[in-house]
Design a protein around this ligand. Structure first.
Ligand code: AMP
Length: 587
């Protein structure tokens, strides 16, 4: 079929969008109504994410429908119907129960996108325990810190990841009682202090009755980074599922026959809220690819799996743009009807490119770990303004606020004025705290608003436009990285006296991590030391978090109170004006 015909026929596949009339839907919307549309635990025993995602379908007409299809790196396919997912997740819940893992205790998973991760996540929720994903590309330092802060009781991982990253940490993580290893028994044998995931699962019963769950019971713990201090564990409750379900309906336009592909890793919040939970609550099929980005592979997945809705990220879109439009022509992508993207600014050229390449625009949407679900989006029924994040979801009140001299904030109604993006608290997936950090949580709220830490504007028609972060956190390939975490590891190297870390703009990754390092007197800068430092950081932090570039400097600029002036490092790196340096004390 000619390319033009393919593009035209795509439009024939369009369904009536779930959100057809924005103003009406917003006016009629209530979270209570969404909650009522969900099932709830039998006999009024509460609300549990895993019941809404799995068990409600097990006994019904959708039990035989494909829930999850896993594509392995090696080309194998593993399918789970809703019924099979029900059995496997019940087995995992029974494993936890047998191990004595209690309600509210944390179950960490460190794994790539393999079935065991998804089964452990949902089985953990069934047991009333708390699921906490760890990105598999993390090195030992971020893993250790997160398990320690989260007081992890159980870790599910693979034998290979365990050997490389976790074994060395066992003595410093005494609270971590059980480590379950997925993989072949041969690999696992000989690793003391671990349990064989498969053996435990085989011994477990495939029926499990979810205990009563209060909608406000803790369900998910997602670590995120700030400018300073340790990573923060954002706490989400079972009630979040109300938002996962509703937002997916409006911003991702799920319909019963859809095949959905969310390319995000569950190590980050998108990969959990929309890569695991939301599509299951809609009873649709999800495709999960274990492999990393590869343009040809991705196009063949879209084609062969007959993907209808695709949720991806700007870095991936930019990598596809780089690979060129010509390769797409070899694929039949007629099933694809909706593309959305999240995690970092989606440049207008990418939106336009989507139209050219797929005959479909790419719909940007915005949210963050703390919000638990999509807050602002471009919807299928509305015109996209390329470069804009779209308009708030029904049920969400967003504003641009300014900080008053008395430290309170107020919304600014004048269109186009830049300020901090704020949300009115109260939506179901709002985080309920940072684990054990009440003060840090409290500081996120002011004058009745939740402050997002993002700078943005709103135009006269209510579309929001991202400007940048109000703080120094780094977004690299969609991953949020705290500069402090990177600086702390660099300081552990014997040669390093001071370290300052910034996000350096990059045409594909958005930003890359760049470090400025001042050496101790006994050390001299040089290529060998630079490579040693890069390798040291990579080994400790993992490839996503470690700096890609290191520059040697005589001193790192600091304020009088000793805070690193990353803003100044960045301005110098980019050759921009240094701005106000009155607080500069030393460097
Ligand atoms: P995370 O908590 O890791 O999901 O990161 C959330 C942050 O990513 C937000 O506060 C924004 O700074 C950024 N972000 C997410 N979505 C978008 C978007 N559509 N456009 C621009 N920035 C985004």
């Amino acid at each position: 079929m000619a390319w033009e015909t393919i593009k035209k026929s795509q439009h024939d596949l369009r369904v009536t969008p779930n959100l057809e009339d924005y103003d009406h839907t917003c006016a009629d919307f209530s979270w209570d109504a969404v909650r009522r549309a969900l099932d709830g635990l039998p006999a009024g025993a509460g609300l549990n994410i895993a019941h809404e995602a799995v068990d409600r379908y097990v006994a019904g007409p959708l039990s035989g429908r494909l829930a999850l299809r896993f594509l392995s790196k090696r080309g194998e396919t593993r399918d789970f119907t809703y019924r099979q997912l029900g059995s496997e997740t019940s087995r995992f819940a029974n494993v936890l129960r047998r191990l004595g893992v209690a309600k509210g205790e944390r179950v960490f998973v460190l794994a790539g996108r393999i079935p065991e991760l998804y089964i452990a996540a949902l089985g953990t929720l069934k047991n009333g325990s708390v699921f906490c994903p760890l990105f598999s590309a993390f090195g030992p330092a971020p893993i250790r810190q997160r398990i320690a802060i989260g007081d992890g009781r159980v870790l599910v991982t693979t034998a290979a990841l365990y050997r490389r990253k976790v074994e060395q940490l066992r003595s410093v993580l005494p609270g971590l009682r059980h480590v379950l290893l997925a993989g072949s028994s041969d690999e696992i044998r000989g690793l003391p202090g671990t349990l064989d995931y498969r053996l435990l699962m085989d011994e477990a019963e495939d029926r499990f009755v979810i205990p009563p769950t209060d909608p406000e019971d803790l369900a998910l713990l997602h670590f995120t980074s700030g400018t300073t201090g340790t990573p923060k564990g954002a706490m989400h409750v079972h009630q979040a599922v109300v938002a996962h379900h509703a937002t997916a309906s409006y911003a991702l336009d799920f319909h019963p026959e859809d095949v959905f592909w969310c390319t995000a890793d569950p190590g980050w919040v998108t990969g959990t809220s929309y890569g695991i939970i939301a599509p299951l609550t809609h009873g649709i099929t999800s495709v999960i690819d274990e492999a990393e980005f590869d343009a040809e592979r991705w196009y063949s997945i879209l084609q062969n799996q007959r993907v209808t809705i695709w949720y991806t990220a700007p870095t991936a879109v930019r990598m596809m743009m780089k690979a060129g439009t010509d390769i797409i022509r070899g694929y039949d992508l007629r099933r694809l009807r909706f593309i959305a993207s999240v995690g970092e600014p989606l440049n207008p050229e990418a939106v336009v490119w989507g139209r050219e390449a797929f005959g479909l625009p790419i719909h940007d949407n915005w949210w963050q770990t703390e919000t638990g679900g999509i807050m602002i989006a471009n919807y299928p029924a509305m015109d996209i303004r390329p470069g804009s994040m779209g308009r708030p979801l029904p049920g969400i009140e967003a504003a641009i606020v300014r900080h008053r001299p008395d430290k309170s904030v107020e919304p600014m109604d004048e269109p186009g004025t830049q300020g901090e993006l704020a949300l009115r608290p109260g939506w179901p997936s709002m985080f309920r705290g940072y684990l054990n950090e009440e003060e840090r949580y409290r500081k996120c709220f002011n004058s009745g608003w939740y402050l997002t830490g993002d700078l943005a504007t709103r135009d006269a028609d209510g579309y929001f436009w991202f400007v940048g972060r109000a703080d120094d956190v780094i977004k690299s390939s969609g991953h949020l990285i705290g500069p402090f975490e990177v600086e702390s590891v660099l300081l552990e190297h014997p040669a390093v006296a001071e370290a300052g870390v910034i996000g350096k703009p990059d045409p594909v990754a958005g930003e890359v991590v760049k470090a400025f390092v001042a050496l101790k007197p006994a050390y001299a800068p040089g290529e060998e030391l630079r490579l040693d430092l890069l390798g040291f950081a990579r080994k400790r932090l993992g490839a996503v978090v470690a700096p890609k570039e290191i520059d040697f400097v005589a001193g790192v600029p600091k304020t009088r109170s000793g805070k690193i002036m990353r803003r100044l490092l960045k301005a110098r790196e980019l050759g921009l004006p240094e701005g106000d340096t009155s607080t500069l004390e030393s460097e």
